[in-house]
Design a protein around this ligand. Structure first.
Ligand code: SDX
Length: 433
């Protein structure tokens, strides 16, 4: 076992190091404050590992992403989202029996309690679906089994996981139907996970929805690609909130809120709005790029850049290919695709972006695919949440299975006023009247 020697004010401190199965290395600083009185400071946790995890591996330099060791390209091509969810949560691909039982559990859990339908009436039709989703997911804890600290990791975990993975589709589809004023379409037991969601979204009494196999496969690939991504902002939020021993529904609700941000899962909505701006406001690609490079301008090129990938996001590569397949199959003419391809090309030739290794990320092409399916722009972060649900659950479970289990509580360096007395301050204030 290697060690790290830290020399502070002439004194050496020895810290253990750790190496993961893929050669990632870390200095274990869990004893640092006790032995040296120092803590570390790392805004945004750019160099700080929060946990050991066996779920997802990313090599950002090489653009590698694996779920439980399987390359994302192979999973996206061969596995259903249901199988991928099982793999992430339980650690292995399901055998036939496990797959059938898990699928049946998801199908049987797809309806939401009728009293939850009343909640939708309280939301304005213009509500952002992420606000509805986070509220309704948290409300699941009052209708469905959950567990609190006393029966820690009891058998309700499997049921909670099923409730969340299955019902998030129903809540999402109903938030869309609520926005259009159309009647809800109930889940159907003879449809698979993705087809059931599409049917709940688009089926209507006057025009029954036909689930096209290519669309169902594209949605399956989209959800698989979003299923987990190690310790990103929303997953770290689920872990941190879950570390207080609150139930899984509340932890996931926090993750949904973190994902909503435009720097994270909300970027897929902003990508489409950015491309529409270029199209509708006659913005040139060059103008768009120059605004993104201007340090005095808060605007960023949504869909580009990543904290970990300093290479092309492997998920974006797969989605770009899927766009070609869907647009060709349904002879879709989508001007935003041409703008996106032109923008990607211009960025790839611009030193500002190449020097900073800013490549398209998963959000750059996902919105274009959702758009081709007829899903409205403000639903794209919701689609991200549907995909990420199994990853959040898997990471929450892994944290709870870890012994010793610690509540997350970072430290800080205080930079405010030093000691001052209220009475002294008051006297000064009064004398100055
Ligand atoms: C997701 O973490 C995950 O795994 C997330 C995710 C997942 O699956 O969970 O992959 C999903 O959230 C993808 C990212 C979606 N967000 C966006 O597309 C928003 C646009 N991207 C940026 O805001 C940014 O790239 C982040 C937030 C994604 C990453 O930010 P970092 O790691 O904090 O990098 P940074 O802001 O420090 O940028 C480094 C430099 C800066 O310039 P300098 O200070 O060096 O001059 O690159 C610049 C930034 O200004 N930069 C950009 C840019 N992204 C980074 N400049 C213009 N446009 C951009 N998109």
């Amino acid at each position: 076992m290697n060690e790290a020697i830290l020399n502070l004010n002439g004194k050496d401190f020895t810290l253990p190091t750790i190496e993961g199965t893929e050669g990632e290395k870390a200095i274990d600083i869990s004893s640092l404050r006790n032995i040296s009185g120092y803590i570390t400071l790392d805004p945004g946790y750019q160099n700080t590992g929060s946990c050991l995890s066996a779920i997802t591996f990313i090599d950002g330099e090489k653009g590698i992403l694996r779920y439980r060791g399987y390359p994302i390209e192979e999973i996206a091509e061969n596995a259903t989202f249901t199988e991928t969810s099982f793999l992430l949560i339980y650690g292995h691909l399901p055998n036939d029996e496990e797959r059938k039982a898990f699928s049946l559990r998801l199908t049987e859990a797809s309806m939401i309690h009728k009293d939850m339908l009343r909640f939708f009436k309280g939301f304005p039709a213009t509500s952002h679906p992420m606000a509805i989703l986070s509220t309704m997911v948290n409300a699941l804890s009052v209708f469905y089994p959950s567990f609190y600290s006393e029966d820690f990791m009891s058998n309700t975990f499997d049921e909670m996981a099923t409730v969340l993975i299955s019902k998030i589709r129903t809540i999402a589809a109903y938030s869309y139907k609520h926005s259009t004023g159309e009647p809800f379409s109930y889940p159907k037991h003879d449809l698979r996970y993705c087809g059931n969601f599409l049917n709940m979204m688009f089926d209507s009494p006057v025009k029954p929805y036909i689930v096209e196999p290519e669309v169902e496969k594209a949605l399956n690939i989209l959800l698989v690609l979003h299923a987990d991504h190690e310790q990103n902002c929303s997953t770290s939020t689920v872990r941190l909130v879950g570390s207080s021993m609150v139930n899984l529904y509340a932890s996931i609700c926090a993750g949904i809120c973190a994902l909503w941000g435009p720097l994270h899962g909300g970027a897929n909505q902003h990508v489409i709005e950015m491309l529409e701006n270029i199209q509708n406001k006659g913005l040139s690609i060059r103008q768009c790029i120059d605004r993104a490079k201007d340090k005095n301008n808060k605007f960023r090129l949504f869909g580009f850049g990543h904290r970990v990938y300093k290479n092309y996001d492997p998920r974006a590569k797969i989605l770009k290919k899927q766009c070609n397949i869907i647009f060709e199959k349904f002879s879709i003419k989508e001007p935003l695709v041409d703008i996106a391809l032109e923008l990607e090309e211009a960025v790839s030739r611009d030193d500002y972006f190449t020097e900073r290794k800013l490549f398209p990320n998963v959000d750059f092409y996902s919105g274009i695919l959702y758009r081709a399916m007829g899903i409205p722009t403000n639903m794209y972060p919701v689609m991200f949440a549907i995909g990420r649900m199994p990853g959040w659950i898997a990471q929450w479970k892994e944290m709870h299975d870890t012994i010793p289990f610690k509540i997350g509580r970072p430290r800080q360096i205080y930079t405010g006023s030093t000691l001052r007395n209220y009475s002294e301050t008051e006297k000064e204030k009064k004398s100055s009247y």
